[in-house]
Write a protein that binds this ligand. Structure first.
Ligand code: 1HE
Length: 264
């Protein structure tokens, strides 16, 4: 699909608009899209400053792999304080992905390892093609996850599976990844971006407030005690249904002017 407009954020992060879907590309293929500090900051800036009318986003990687994780060539001797601020910089960037204005769909292929998996797990939907493989080599490199992986990955696959991946260096293939919840979609080799763009285009037609509620309320409700969660849900439901857009869409269905739910 030809993009409507294209703009380069930095040489390593490209932003292309497909209508109201922003497509963000990690463009450092010679280094397998390894995330150096400049790239992490560019990702943060990109997701904090998506064009105003963006309704959904896709993130993918150029070349043979989605992302090889932290750029190990930048791993210097840091003291404890510097190490903490480095990790916090990653947190800010990946929070900008997860807690921004619009849902983000990750299109995965090849290596999704270390910080690459941390980035993928900050997205709202993951589409993996058959070439995808996942690993957390931090354990074997003598380091620890620092980009939010300790929080986000167990939410996808549970503490036990993450523990196994880090203790043993286990590499999870695309089929197993879908089975255990690392991706929600598994597609033929070479088609993850197309599928992710289809999904994002569909997501972009939802009421923006519903998408926002899903991104921001649903994960919080999941962490609340049930009674608090039910109360938050009631508040969110009442706000969403009060919008003119919700009223118009419900009316359109009742008048037979909106699509029915259909078997896929
Ligand atoms: C890199 C990196 C990198 C590749 N940092 N330079 N991540 C890892 O431990 C994964 C390390 N990378 C790999 O295991 C492999 O590179 C891949 C499986 C991802 C891809 O293999 P391949 O055969 O396609 O590529 P390659 O030949 O290994 O790499 C091509 C070049 O990219 C080469 O540089 P060149 O100058 O010799 O061409 C590699 O050195 C370079 N490269 N990956 C730096 N990661 C917030 S905390 C997060 C903690 C982590 O993410 S730890 C996990 C780090």
């Amino acid at each position: 699909m030809p993009p409507n407009t294209a703009s380069s954020v930095t040489k390593d992060v490209q932003l292309t608009l497909h209508g109201d879907v922003a497509v963000v590309c990690l463009s450092r293929p010679a280094k397998r899209n390894a995330l150096n500090d400049g790239l992490i900051l560019a990702l943060r800036d990109t997701f904090q400053n998506l064009p105003e009318n963006t309704r959904a986003a896709v993130i993918h990687g150029e070349g043979e792999h989605f992302c090889a994780g932290l750029d190990l060539s930048e791993l210097q001797e840091r003291d404890a304080g510097e190490g903490m601020f480095h990790s916090r910089m990653w947190h800010a960037a990946l929070d900008a992905v997860e807690k921004g204005q619009v849902p983000v769909v990750a299109a995965l292929h090849g290596a999704v390892v270390g910080g690459g998996l941390e980035l993928a797990s900050a997205c709202h939907i993951r589409v993996a093609d058959e070439s995808t493989f996942y690993a957390l080599p931090e354990g074997t490199r003598g380091i620890f996850v620092g980009g939010g992986g300790a929080v986000r990955v167990p939410k996808l696959i549970g503490v036990a599976r993450m523990m196994d991946m880090m203790l043993t260096g286990r590499v999870v293939n695309a089929t197993e990844g879908e089975r255990i919840g690392l991706s929600q979609y598994l597609v033929p080799r070479g088609t993850a971006l197309e599928k992710a763009l289809d999904l994002a285009t569909r997501i972009a037609t939802n009421a923006p407030l519903t998408n926002y509620a899903l991104m921001h309320a649903l994960p919080r409700i999941a962490e609340q005690p049930a009674d608090h969660g039910l109360f938050t849900e009631a508040l969110m439901a009442s706000i969403a249904q009060s919008t003119p857009l919700a009223k118009a869409r419900v009316r359109a269905f009742l008048e037979g002017k909106a699509a029915k739910v259909q078997k896929s």
